[in-house]
Design a protein around this ligand. Structure first.
Ligand code: CDP
Ligand code: MG
Length: 136
């Protein structure tokens, strides 16, 4: 059996930081075979959010999304573990908390499709880029 140790980028979004959910969310990662290799609390500008989310620039929600991500402090983390990218995506749950599976972070804590508490890289390529964006 081959073991694929990966790194992925996780963000705890403003709605969850504001409600003091950082430790609870970190616990979920730690209990599910993810190591937190690095973590920092930052408050990004709208321009930085626009750069980070530029894959979504043609979407109708892009402007609100960038305003939102820059509206308050966030916690950015490098998570590491076996199949970390998919593992994290499963722990997060569906984009819309209403559709998220039981016990996922978005089901437990998400407020709405925009205030959905967490971000996670969706591919190896994006994980690399996103880690680079915040940590290099
Ligand atoms: O975060 P995830 O990868 O699950 O979803 P996405 O499709 O990559 O969208 C990025 C983010 O945009 C989501 O996490 C939502 O916060 C936001 N979004 C939104 O506000 N309205 C939508 N209809 C879709 C996404
Ligand atoms: Mg995405």
């Amino acid at each position: 059996m081959s073991r694929k140790i990966e790194q992925t980028l996780s963000i705890i979004k403003p709605d969850a930081v504001e409600r003091n959910l950082v430790n609870e969310i970190k616990e979920i990662f730690l209990k599910n075979n993810l190591i937190i290799k690095d973590s920092k609390k930052i408050h990004i500008t709208k321009e930085e959010a626009a750069e980070f989310y530029k894959v979504h620039q043609s979407k109708p929600f892009y402007n609100d999304l960038c305003t939102y991500l820059s509206s308050g402090p966030i916690v950015v983390m490098i998570l590491e573990g076996e199949n970390a990218i998919l593992n994290n995506r499963k722990l997060m749950g569906s984009t819309n908390p209403k559709d998220a599976e039981e016990k996922t972070i978005r089901k437990l804590y998400g407020i709405s499709i925009d205030k959905n508490s967490v971000h996670g890289s969706d591919s190896m390529e994006n994980a690399k880029k996103e880690i680079e964006f915040f940590f290099k």
